[in-house]
Ligand binder design. Structure first.
Ligand code: KQY
Length: 372
C-alpha cells in the first residue's frame, strides 16, 4: 500500500474517539518468555479471554507467529466455536498492539488511513523495555497492508498509541512524563511535539497532564491513568490516600483537567476511578520470567501499575480488568454508571499486568468507515 508524504490534517483525516463505531479490534498473541512468565502460557489464557470477550461485541483479528498458530487457534477455540476471531500470521517482538499497531484515521467521505508511528520499545537503549524492537516497528505497516489501507509514516517521530487519548472532536490528552521524555524525541521541543500531534491526529488542543500512574514502565502512558468516556467527559485514576505514590500525580491531573477547556470550549466532567492495590508480583511469578540482558527484569518489591482505567471501549460494550481486589466491584459499578449504554464485561487482568500493561495496551480498535 502507499506511504503518503502529506499529513492526516492536510488531507482531512482525524483520529476518531474509541467510543465511535468499530469495524474490529486487533491484538497480538504473547509468547516472549523474558516478559511473560512460564513461557507465556498464563498470559495466553488471559489474552484469549480478552479476545473472546471482545468477540461478543465485534470482530477480532489476532496476529500470531507461525510457531504459535496452532496453539493460539486451539486456545481461542477458533475452528469449533469462534467465527468472530481471525488469526493472521505476523512476526512481532511482543504483544502490545496499542503501541505497535497503527493509529487509524478517517475522513468524512468514508475513507480510512493509518498512522505508522516509529516505535522504540518505550525508550530505546535509554530505559526501553527490550531490544531489538525492529519487528514490532513493522507491525503497523503489516496490519495496514493486510487491510489494504494507505499509511502515514513518522520516521522522525516516536510515539506509542497508549500515550494518547482523543475525544474525536479536536482534543487529545497525553502526559509530559512520556511525550517529553528524552528517550522518545529529544530533538523536539514541546511546541514541536504539540504541532506534530495537531498535524497527525487533526486536533486543535493538547491537554498535557504532568504524569501518568506511579511506576508505569511506559513512562506514564495516559491510557493507564486517564481516558475519554465521550467528548467532554473523562475518567481519571484517583486516590484520597496521601500515602499512595500516585497521590500527587492525581491531584495535579485533577487541577489541570478542572481548569482546562477542551477544543470545543467545554469544561470537562471528571469521573474519579479508584486505584486498586497495592498489588505486587509474587517471587514465584517473577521467577517464572526468563532473565535476558536488555529486557525488563521483574522484582517482587516493585508496586505494579495496576489501573482500572486500562479498559477497552467496544461496540456496545466495555472490556475491563479485575484484579481480585477489594475495589473491583466499585470499579465495575463506576463503569456501568459512566457507560449506561454499554454492557460492562470484566475479565481477570493480573497476568497482563505482570507483563507491564493491561487490556487497552494489548488492543487496537479499527474504526468503522462511514457508508458513502
Ligand atoms: O502498557 C503498555 N502500553 C506497554 C507495556 C509494555 C511492557 C513491556 N514489558
Amino acid at each position: 500500500m502507499a506511504t503518503l508524504t502529506t499529513t492526516p490534517r492536510a488531507d482531512g483525516y482525524r483520529m476518531p474517539g474509541e467510543f465511535e463505531p468499530h469495524k474490529q479490534t486487533w491484538m497480538v498473541w504473547p509468547e516472549r518468555p523474558d516478559n511473560w512468565r512460564l513461557g507465556a502460557s498464563p498470559a495466553q489464557a488471559a489474552f484469549a479471554r480478552v479476545a473472546r470477550a471482545i468477540a461478543q461485541f465485534e470482530a477480532v483479528t489476532l496476529c500470531v507467529s507461525a510457531a504459535q498458530f496452532k496453539n493460539a487457534s486451539e486456545s481461542l477455540g477458533i475452528e469449533k466455536t469462534n467465527h468472530r476471531i481471525r488469526l493472521v500470521e505476523i512476526i512481532t517482538d511482543d504483544a502490545w498492539c496499542r503501541d505497535t499497531g497503527p493509529t487509524f484515521v478517517i475522513d468524512d467521505h468514508g475513507n480510512i488511513r493509518g498512522i505508522d508511528w516509529t516505535f522504540n520499545a518505550w525508550g530505546g537503549l535509554d530505559g526501553g523495555l527490550y531490544a531489538p524492537w525492529d519487528r514490532d516497528d513493522r507491525v503497523a505497516a503489516t496490519i495496514l497492508d493486510i487491510e489494504g489501507i494507505d499509511r502515514y509514516r513518522t520516521d522522525d517521530f516516536i510515539l506509542e498509541g497508549g500515550s494518547i487519548h482523543v475525544d474525536g472532536e479536536g482534543t487529545v490528552i497525553t502526559t509530559e512524563e512520556c511525550l517529553l521524555n528524552k528517550n522518545r524525541n529529544p530533538h523536539m521541543t514541546r511546541d514541536a511535539i504539540d504541532a506534530k500531534l495537531r498535524d497527525y491526529l487533526n486536533i486543535e488542543k493538547v491537554i498535557w497532564l504532568p504524569n501518568g500512574l506511579f511506576n508505569d514502565e511506559t513512562d506514564g502512558h495516559i491510557d493507564n491513568f486517564c481516558c475519554f468516556a465521550r467528548p467532554g467527559e473523562v475518567l481519571l485514576a484517583w486516590t484520597n490516600d496521601a500515602q499512595n505514590p500516585s497521590y500527587l500525580f492525581c491531584q495535579a491531573a485533577l487541577r489541570l483537567l478542572e481548569n482546562t477547556k477542551d477544543a470545543r470550549g467545554r469544561t470537562l466532567i471528571v469521573h474519579k476511578m479508584p486505584i486498586p492495590g497495592p498489588i505486587y508480583a509474587t517471587k514465584e511469578e517473577c521467577d517464572g520470567v526468563e532473565i535476558v540482558s536488555g529486557s525488563q527484569a521483574r522484582d517482587p518489591s516493585i508496586r505494579l501499575a495496576a489501573s482500572y482505567i486500562n479498559f477497552l471501549i467496544v461496540n456496545r460494550g466495555i472490556i475491563a480488568a479485575s484484579f481480585d481486589d477489594a475495589k473491583d466491584s466499585e470499579a465495575k459499578a463506576i463503569l456501568k454508571r459512566v457507560f449506561p449504554e454499554r454492557e460492562v464485561v470484566v475479565v481477570p487482568g493480573r497476568e497482563i499486568l505482570l507483563g507491564g500493561g493491561n487490556i487497552h495496551c494489548i488492543t487496537q480498535q479499527q474504526p468503522q468507515q462511514k457508508k458513502q
